[in-house]
Write a protein that binds this ligand. Structure first.
Ligand code: COI
Length: 361
């Protein structure tokens, strides 16, 4: 990146919540990163400015045709007091993967990483320290060209906002109940299921509301063609242990999100010598395994939720209770291993963390 980041500091500072007050995504820090794109100039004018409303033309393409992508990553305050980003390069790579699918110009990965480090460095006092809390980072690209024709926009805005957060689910580390949905679908092969774009989340709301009213935390989506194979949960990838095989749906169909926590969990489990398969798994196979006692554990992986035990799956009126509703041994081991690296209580042998030195605020 050639252009230096201009910094305009906020005139006043907001009150920082106590760690014990943190929920998910309700409080935002004092500053945000912003950069613009125009066809003739490429990405230009990287800057950090006071957090505040965006100015958008009512005809902006994003507001009509949803041309936008985002990602989500976290910064943690380690036991040593230092702040680290968790796998930021992998998140930037995924943001660019999503961007390409939505005809949005990708970012220069090095410039994007530098911007994250600078912004979090400036806001480092906002990074909470209790285990289970972190600074959630939301990079977003929107098409802001005022134009009502349907084609890729010619101008975009990239911005990054920061939010100190606690647990994503109110259940915390208690197992969540999930409804398997076969009435609606989230994604089909050839669609945009593998891109982190708002439309996937908007499309999930109807089924998620149904599930919530029936007492479930989330939905588990089945494949869009046969409604037979498990895909992913609304905000997480899904993993199961049947007998001694750990199974997670493959990325090859392009219908599920290439989760970074998914990748971290797979890497660790392969290193631990476990039998890990990325393969399609039919919901009937899961129900059968539950009946014959070989379904050992089910958990979700995601940046926001980290590792989240699943205690119950409901499918066609059948309740599949997993592990007596308690957190499984492997689920706990994965949680401890990932959290250990994030909070620097365990060595980072994979080079997953990027330290943030920060400037005085
Ligand atoms: C994440 O895990 O970072 C997510 O993006 C899930 C979400 C809250 C949309």
């Amino acid at each position: 990146m050639s252009e230096p980041i201009r910094i305009t500091r906020a005139a006043t500072k907001k009150r920082k919540p106590k760690d014990s007050e943190l929920t998910f995504g309700t409080v935002f820090t004092d500053h945000m990163f912003v950069m613009d794109f125009q066809e003739a100039k490429g990405w230009y004018d990287p800057r950090i400015e006071p957090y505040g409303p965006l100015s958008l033309d009512p005809a902006a393409a994003v507001l009509h045709y949803a041309q936008a992508v985002f990602d989500g990553l976290k910064a943690f305050r380690g036991r040593d007091g230092r702040v680290r980003l968790f796998r930021p390069q992998k998140h930037v790579e995924r943001l660019n993967h999503s961007a390409r699918r939505m005809c949005i110009p990708p970012l220069d990965p090095e410039q994007a990483l530098k911007a994250l480090v600078e912004l979090v460095g400036l806001e480092k006092d906002w990074v909470p320290s209790t285990v289970g809390t972190s600074l959630y980072i939301r990079p977003t690209i929107i098409a802001n060209e005022p134009f009502l024709g349907v084609r890729p926009a010619k101008s975009y805005m990239y911005y990054v906002i920061l939010s100190p957060v606690g647990a994503y689910y109110p259940e915390g580390m208690n197992p969540v109940k999930i409804l398997v949905v076969d009435k609606y679908v989230r994604a089909v092969e050839g669609g945009v299921g593998g891109a982190k774009t708002g439309v996937n989340y908007a499309a999930s709301l109807y089924a998620a509301e149904d599930a919530k009213h029936a007492g479930f935390t989330q939905v588990l989506w089945l494949d869009g063609r046969e409604r037979k194979y498990i895909d992913e949960v609304g905000t997480m990838n899904i993993m199961l242990k049947i007998g001694d095989e750990v199974i997670t749906p493959p990325l090859s169909q392009g219908t599920i999100l290439p989760g970074v926590t998914r990748d971290s969990a797979l890497t660790l489990m392969r290193e631990w010598g476990l039998r890990v398969s990325e393969r399609q798994v039919a919901i009937d196979e899961v129900a059968r395994a539950a009946r014959d006692g070989s379904l050992r554990e089910v958990w979700g992986t995601g940046t926001a939720a980290v590792i989240s035990p699943v205690g119950e799956l409901a499918y066609k009126g059948e309740r599949i209770v997993i592990g007596g509703g308690k957190i499984g041994e492997l689920t706990k081991k994965l949680y401890d291993a990932i959290v250990g690296i994030q909070y620097a209580t365990a060595p980072d042998t994979h080079g997953w963390t990027v330290p943030v030195e920060g400037r005085a605020t």
